[in-house]
Design a protein around this ligand. Sequence first.
Ligand code: SF4
Ligand code: SF4
Length: 415
Amino acid sequence: MKGEPSINTNNLTAVQLMELDACVRCGECVNWCPTYDAANKDPGLAPRDKILRWRQFMNKSYGLRARLFGPKAIPEEDIEQFKDDVYKCTTCGMCATVCEVGINTIELWESMRANLVKRGNGPYGKQGMFVKLIGEYMNPYMADNKDRLSWIPDDVKIADKAEILYFGGCTAELRQQKLAFATARVLNHLGIEFTMLGEDEVCCCSALVRTGQYEIEDIARKAARKNVDGIVAKGAKKVLYACAGCYRTSLVDWPRLLNEEMPFEIIHITEFLEDLIKEGKLEWKKPFDNLTVTYHDPCHLGRHVGVYNPPRSVLNAIPGINLKEMDRIKENQRCCGAGGGVKAGVPDLALGVAETRVQDALAKNPDILSSACPFCKRNLSDGRDSLGADELVVEDVIVLTAEALGISLDDCVES
Ligand code: SF4
Ligand code: SF4
């Protein structure tokens, strides 16, 4: 009797099954992969190798020989090794950018991960905690969801309902509150009426989607539903994000999870500010004194959704900032190392990638390494600390914006 295939096609689309066959083994992706580099060129992490191994798994399970004589068993240790390797990927998308045949590798890695989760192999290490934490606490930090409001200073005005809603995100509301602080004060300073979800906000579930855990207990879909319904109930037509991860998840993943179009516009705060700058609405009261700033494109804002110029427009508009680009920027940017669950699951690897990215920055001698994502900021700061490059400041574009507008952030205390 023919046995069952060791691997099934769960979570892989027909296009993805064709993409596995489309790889021509050119190896271009291997030349650019940041985790392969940071892991001393471990061949198991090479994107090409992962595609070829999964193709072999599929052939053993469904190829001509399998159809004639039955599937060939795949040793469990091979599948476990594959799982380890596919989770040592930040889903940065660099391999997709350079792929000779246009394979959408970001989606492919995520589909493989979801398949392995269903099979009982994934996720990797501490990434398994995301389900419990988000399911129980509605955020990944084990914080009381009511504390989402606790950073708000007395002077900040947040409307009960408004056409503009700022979706703060777990990291800015519960850990790196300076980002939320700066965003809220900048909006107030510019006279923009906005509302927030407060304790009704739940995690965007980026971590669950990126690690292939989005179907477990239906948590990600339910969270998207609660957030979307909450945003609609607030009367919002535009939703602003200062976290690249929340932005990407809301823009790309919520519509998929809910199988519906979002009934509001989704905008990164730098896109919003870029428009206001063009209209001449920002008055820079505290220009910087000849500050050299470089900018790191977050994968979730850049390669994932194509927002490259707005953060640069904001930085270029701030008087006294001299924007000096790193060699690898925009589509070719090198990842910070935190994404795809790597910071939680394989922290040493995340740090190794961060160190390389900080070295990219240091080569340009900037005063400040800026970004537009709290995860990038945290991991790049860790890379800076590990290199002992104490003179380099790592800061978010919106914080620099607030300072140049003359807004004080001195009273902000982070958790
Ligand atoms: S997505 Fe990035 S980290 Fe993952 S395999 Fe591709 S280049 Fe490497
Ligand atoms: S760049 Fe694309 S075609 Fe070339 S080896 Fe990598 S995945 Fe295959």
